[in-house]
Each structure stands twice: as C-alpha cells, then as structure tokens.
Design a protein. Structure first.
Length: 238
C-alpha cells in the first residue's frame, strides 16, 4: 500500500492549476439519481492512454485504484467511491485514508496491472470484477517515483461493499464508501489550503465524512482528496 496522502507536496506539481481550481467556477449537474451511465461515460472520455512526460518511462512506478460502484440508497442507484484506512500502528503514514495502491512489482505488466493487483491484495477485490475505465495523469515525486491513478468500475457492486471485502489487516484497518457526488459539492469541503509549488498555486482540500454504516468520521485529504475531487468534477460537470 502506498502512503499517498503524506507525499502530497512532492506529487502535486504534475497537476495543472486549472484542475486544482475551485468547483465554484464549474457548473455541476444536480441530478444524482440514475446517473451511472452518464457518469461512466464522462469518466471514460478521459481515455486509457498514458498521460505522462517522456522521461517518466524510465522512473520507478506506482499505481492507485479509484474503485467506483453503484449502491442502492433510498431507492436511488448512486455511484460510490471506495476508500481504505491504514492502521495507526503502521510505521509509514499510519491512520491515513487512501486508495488501494502501491509500487509496481517486476512481474506487473503495466500500471493498470499494478493497481488491480494491489486492490486484490489489500481488500480482496478480484480483477475480474473491475473494468478499468480511465487513466488519470501520472504524477512524479521529488524522489523520482511516478504514481498513476486508474479509475475502475466494480460490477457486481456487491463485491465492493465494505462489509463484503476481505481486508489485509496488516495494511488496511477499515474500508468505507462515499457517494461520489459528495466531492462535487463545495460545501462538503472542510478546508482548503493554498500551497505554492514550482511557481504554481495548488488548492489542497480536506473532507470530513461521517460514515452512516460504521458510525465513524473519516478525514480525506492530500492527494487522495485531490484525485477524488478531480474524478467528481469530471463526473458531474455539465
């Protein structure tokens, strides 16, 4: 598992300022019901092609999976995104919310294979149930590690329900799901911090989510928040 949130300052320079901007300037759709096909279509338009600089091919690589699935909430089928929580006892980045992911193994065929393998190892999601629908922009750390987010749609949705997952307890303390549209509402952003990096301004968001299933509050911040914010923006903008 990759402790992705805490290396935020090292990674964000690869994202453009326009993608880090406020959702207040973006027209969002208010229709969140029966929106699976529309959401998936918008995200699929991002494509599966590589979005990286030429020299990235020679650097060490890692991938994260952004797992989406459909959940029936109050008679409405709503797209949710799955997160994991790292155990506080972990020496590296303990207690952080993140996506399944990690460094590429020598046997991994590509970035997609890495993301799917890590998801299976960490939460028991098998690749046969995940359709990779989009590849997001690769980001590069100051330590020359490239990280590629892969958006995946899980079907049947039941296998992605947190209560049905088989967690690797050494790496994952808990799993929980949040409606994707939660991150498309600026009012749900707990705080925004402006950070300068290599001459650019970046907005680092923090979300606090009260999970009705576990009765716990989860803090989603750093690159994890940045990535899911970009996904929600693409999914729900008009």
């Amino acid at each position: 598992m990759l402790g992705i949130s805490s290396i935020i300052s090292a990674l964000l320079f690869a994202f453009t300022t326009r993608s880090s901007g406020s959702l207040n300037n973006i027209k969002m759709t208010n229709d969140i019901s029966c929106q699976k096909d529309d959401v998936i279509s918008k995200l699929r338009s991002l494509g599966m092609g590589k979005k990286e600089l030429p020299h990235h091919a020679d650097l060490r690589r890692a991938s994260i999976l952004v797992p989406l699935f459909e959940r029936d909430d109050d008679d409405s089928n709503i797209i949710h995104v799955l997160f994991t929580l790292r155990p506080k006892t972990m020496k590296s980045h303990g207690g952080e919310v993140c996506f399944p992911g990690g460094k590429q193994d020598p046997d991994d065929v590509d970035d997609i294979h890495t993301a799917l393998r890590e998801a299976h190892e960490e939460v028991g999601l098998h690749s046969q149930y995940i359709e990779s629908i989009a590849r997001m922009e690769t980001v590069e750390s100051k330590h020359s590690l490239c990280v590629t987010p892969i958006i995946g749609f899980v079907n049947p949705s039941s296998v992605a329900e947190p209560s049905q997952l088989k967690l690797h307890t050494d790496e994952v303390e808990a799993a929980f799901a949040v409606p994707l549209h939660f991150f498309a509402d600026p009012d749900n952003c707990h705080s925004i911090e402006k950070v300068q990096w290599r001459g650019g301004d970046f907005l680092l968001r923090t979300y606090l989510y009260d999970d009705p299933s576990s009765k716990r509050q989860f803090k989603i911040w750093g690159l994890t928040a940045h990535v899911v914010h970009l996904v929600a923006t693409k999914a729900f903008c008009k």
